[in-house]
Ligand binder design. Structure first.
Ligand code: PXG
Length: 290
């Protein structure tokens, strides 16, 4: 396996970074998770744009143009001869000394991994996924805005631990005042009275690329769409619930906090979104050849 590291493609065991890297010492950095389907990178421009927006939000200047970053992603995929890949792109503040001061870091560290993705088991897509509401609340947008895809994922990891302890795979994260934001690595949608509804990202969620794709699909499918503040009770009462994310794609929810959604099985409209989503991953994307 070849890893892109600071401008070079190096072997996996040579892909090492300093213990003084502030990405490791302080979680000071940003990342993206991108997918390719049969040699088409899905929504590559959108992921690169979000990476640069996240970097700007933490005042991290990426020493590379977006065009060169796109080239680096494609080179990494080609070097590994991977048609279907999960691409992890990371930019850290770089190597500094002990102490928070980002000015002490030299150049940012940039690396790109192209690997296989481990998906949720197929049965969750067929039968739906059971999730819970996490005890852990979402970071305040005024403390660390969840819009920033930063290397600080502890808030999400603590909620993920809540999910695991409850015997589930995902957890809904609420704001301090009980509004639904998203899950630990996925955005959340409901279908109510035939309409698609999701919380606004300003409540404290990542502006998911898959989320945007689903909203776009709703328009094409003639399904109404609304961004609305939701409480967990609105989810319990919804006709259908599903999650979206690069890794998960669209996954139906069968149960929340042990309450059945749609009688405990994936809903019909969710199914249609899943089918439409699959279609666009087959035709949309940046092509690369090996
Ligand atoms: N919310 C959070 C907190 C996320 O981290 C999403 C929503 C979905 O966004 P996209 O743009 O993917 O539709 C994410 C995405 C990983 C991994 O490497 C993380 C994500 C996606 C895929 C893999 O663990 N986060």
């Amino acid at each position: 396996m070849k890893i892109y590291l600071n401008g070079e493609l190096v072997d996996r065991d040579k892909a090492v970074i300093s213990v003084f890297d502030h990405g490791l010492l302080y979680g000071d950095g940003v990342f993206e998770g991108i997918r390719s389907y049969d040699s088409l990178v899905f929504r590559l421009k959108e992921h690169i744009d979000r990476l640069y927006r996240s970097a700007e939000a933490i005042e991290l200047k990426i020493p590379m143009t977006k065009t060169d970053m796109i080239k680096a992603v494609l080179e990494t995929l080609k070097a590994n001869r991977m048609k279907d890949a999960y691409i992890r792109l990371v930019v850290t503040r770089g190597t500094g000394d002990l102490g928070l001061d980002p000015r002490k870091c030299g150049v940012p560290t940039i690396f790109i991994i192209a690997d296989k993705i481990s998906l949720y088991p197929e049965e969750f897509y067929r039968n739906g996924l059971a999730i819970i509401t996490a005890r852990t609340r979402r970071n305040l947008t005024t403390a660390l805005n969840p819009k920033i895809k930063s290397l600080n994922y502890l808030n999400n990891i603590l909620a993920k631990i809540d999910a695991i302890k409850a015997g589930t795979e995902e957890a809904i994260m609420l704001t301090y005042n009980d509004y639904v934001t998203e899950c630990t690595g996925d955005n959340i949608f409901v279908i109510s009275c035939g309409k698609l509804v999701t919380p606004p990202v300003d409540v404290g969620a990542l502006e998911g690329i898959t989320r945007d794709v689903v909203i776009g699909l709703a328009g094409k499918m003639g399904i109404g769409f609304e961004e609305k503040m939701l409480k967990v009770e609105d989810l319990y009462a919804a006709d259908e619930v599903f999650l979206t994310g690069t890794a998960a794609e669209i996954i139906p929810i069968s149960m929340i906090d042990k309450r059945r959604i749609n009688g405990g099985k994936p809903g019909e409209i969710t199914r249609r979104f899943m089918e439409e989503f699959k279609k666009i991953t087959k035709v949309d994307g940046v092509k690369y050849e090996m």
